[in-house]
Each structure stands twice: as structure tokens, then as C-alpha cells.
Ligand binder design. Structure first.
Ligand code: NAD
Length: 263
């Protein structure tokens, strides 16, 4: 099943579930930047909520907002029983500590899964594992390579794959090219999240039955969105960019919101 088909099917299931809820699941998004990319992501999240029968509220703050004001807003929504999920859109302006904000969100409402005590799986890894599960990927004992070790993708992805009993290797900017080639050639699953246009290409060897999950979002010379892998690598399954992991991440957010609303 393509990612688009999978997402449409899962959203239809959520929309049906929403009908049995006593009230609509409610997501609050706090945005304190004027980045066009963030505007587009936020619009997407609001649209997704509408499609699955959830309510979304955007709390737009000026990029000049003080840390105290933003933390007060977070506290207000933390305590509001009418709010099920609360996320703070990144990036934050320089006067605000991302760490403090992540720690301020009520872990029970932290549907992004960023708080250390969160009960939610971060959206990108969750979306990826849900899709691979649907595709019948047999995680147990498989060699999984995660390229990138960020807090929002690489690290939680490697932990989640480990919990699925994969043999997980994390490669990063300090890994030698020789070692990257070695691990990639032996990988059954490669999740690439490094933000380097077309990094995975034909200079590497791949197992023919390998799966490549491309998390990267880059712009090519023509300004088009492209991934960290060149298209059509000689593997069994490769997720596209655009129309790939971004959609799975958005789906995982509404799934987390529904879990929060059920609690
Ligand atoms: P990041 O940008 O914070 O960090 C990059 C990571 O890649 C680092 O851990 C670094 O060690 C590693 N790295 C950099 N160059 C490397 C190289 N040459 N070889 C091996 N490792 C290298 O990471 P991020 O926030 O996870 O973002 C990675 C990419 O994923 C970006 O393109 C981002 O836009 C995209 N992203 C997409 C989604 C989605 O939903 N599709 C979600 C989050 C991030």
C-alpha cells in the first residue's frame, strides 16, 4: 500500500472513532515564529485535525514574546481540561529556551512526545513504524541502520527499533565513510534523517530486499522538495519525498491526540 493510501485509510478510521467520543479531541498549537515553513506545517496539522473530526486551536504569539509569557501560555493550556494535546511549533525565537519549553508541557498532553516523561512516542518514528508494520516488515532480528542522531528523529527512532527487537546501528556525522558503506551494505532497514540532499546514492551498495525510509526534507537547485536519498535506489521499498514520511508524521500526531483524548 502506498503511504498516501495508508494515511487516507487510517484517517478514515480515526474519523469514525471520533464519532464515539463524548467531545471532539482538541489540539492546541502554540506558534511563536513567523517562518513560512512553520506556517505550512501548522496549516497541515490543522487540516488533519479537521479531517479526523478533531478540533485545533492555533495560539499565535509574536516572535518577540518573552520566555515567561510563552511559558505562562503553556501553563494555561496545561491546566485547561478542554485541551487534550498541546504542542509548541519549532523553531522558537532565540530568547526562548527550547529545553525549558519542552519540559514545561504537561507530559500527559505532550502529543509531540518531546518531554522526557512523555507517555507518547515521538511522531516521526511512530509514523514510520506504524507504516512498516502495515507493510509487514519483520522487525525482529533485522539489521536496522539509522543515519542521524537528532533528539526528534534519530535517537527516538533507534530506541523504537530496538524495542521492536531490531539490531540497531546509529551512524552520524563522525562515522567514517568506510563504516557507513559497511553498515549500509548489510542493512535490512535504513532510516536516513540527516538533511543532506541525495546523500544515499549509487556509491553505496544495498541489499536488494532492503527498505529505505527517507526522512530528509531538502530543496534541490530548482527549489523542489527532495529527500536524503536519490529516487529509485535498487531496494525492495523506498519511501518518496514529498508524499512520504512527512505524511506519516502528521498521521502519528493525530493518533497521539486521540490517545490523549481517551485518557
Ligand atoms: P538534525 O538536522 O538536527 O541533525 C542532523 C543529523 O544528521 C545529526 O545527528 C548528524 O550527526 C547527522 N549527519 C549530518 N551529516 C551527516 C553525514 N554526512 N553522515 C551521517 N550523518 C550525518 O536532524 P533532524 O532534525 O532529525 O533532521 C534531519 C532531516 O530530517 C532534515 O532534513 C529535516 O528537515 C528532516 N525531518 C523530517 C521530518 C518529517 O516529518 N519528514 C521530521 C523531522 C525532520
Amino acid at each position: 500500500m502506498t503511504i498516501k493510501e495508508f494515511v487516507a485509510l487510517e484517517k478514515a478510521k480515526l474519523a469514525e472513532q471520533a464519532q464515539s467520543f463524548p467531545k471532539k479531541p482538541h489540539l492546541v498549537i502554540i506558534q511563536a515564529n513567523d517562518s513560512p515553513a512553520s506556517d505550512a506545517y501548522v496549516r497541515g496539522k490543522i487540516k488533519d485535525c479537521g479531517e479526523v473530526g478533531a478540533e485545533a486551536t492555533l495560539c499565535l504569539l509574536p516572535p518577540t514574546v518573552s520566555e515567561e509569557e510563552l511559558l505562562n501560555k503553556v501553563q494555561e493550556y496545561n491546566e485547561d481540561p478542554n485541551v487534550d494535546g498541546l504542542i509548541v511549533q519549532l523553531p522558537l525565537p532565540p530568547q526562548i529556551s527550547e529545553k525549558k519549553v519542552k519540559l514545561a508541557v504537561n507530559p500527559g498532553k505532550d502529543v509531540d512526545g518531546f518531554h522526557p516523561l512523555t507517555t507518547f512516542v515521538p511522531c516521526t518514528p511512530k509514523g514510520i513504524v506504524d507504516y512498516l508494520t502495515e507493510e509487514g516488515f519483520p522487525f525482529q532480528g533485522k539489521n536496522a541502520v539509522v543515519l542521524g542522531r537528532s533528539e526528534i528523529v534519530g535517537k527516538p527512532m533507534s530506541r523504537l527499533l530496538l524495542s521492536k527487537n531490531c539490531n540497531v546501528t546509529v551512524l552520524h556525522s563522525k562515522t567514517s565513510e568506510e563504516d557507513k558503506a559497511f553498515y549500509i551494505a548489510h542493512a535490512d532497514l535504513i532510516v536516513v534523517a540527516i538533511g543532506r540532499l541525495g546523500f544515499l546514492d549509487n556509491r553505496f551498495q544495498y541489499k536488494p530486499d532492503a527498505v529505505i525510509v527517507d526522512v530528509g526534507i531538502n530543496r534541490n537547485e530548482e527549489g523542489k522538495l527532495r529527500g536524503d536519498a536519490i529516487p529509485d535506489l535498487p531496494v525492495a521499498l523506498q519511501t518518496p519525498v514529498p508524499g512520504g514520511v512527512g505524511l506519516l508524521t502528521r498521521l502519528a500526531l493525530v493518533k497521539n491526540l486521540f490517545i490523549a483524548a481517551k485518557k
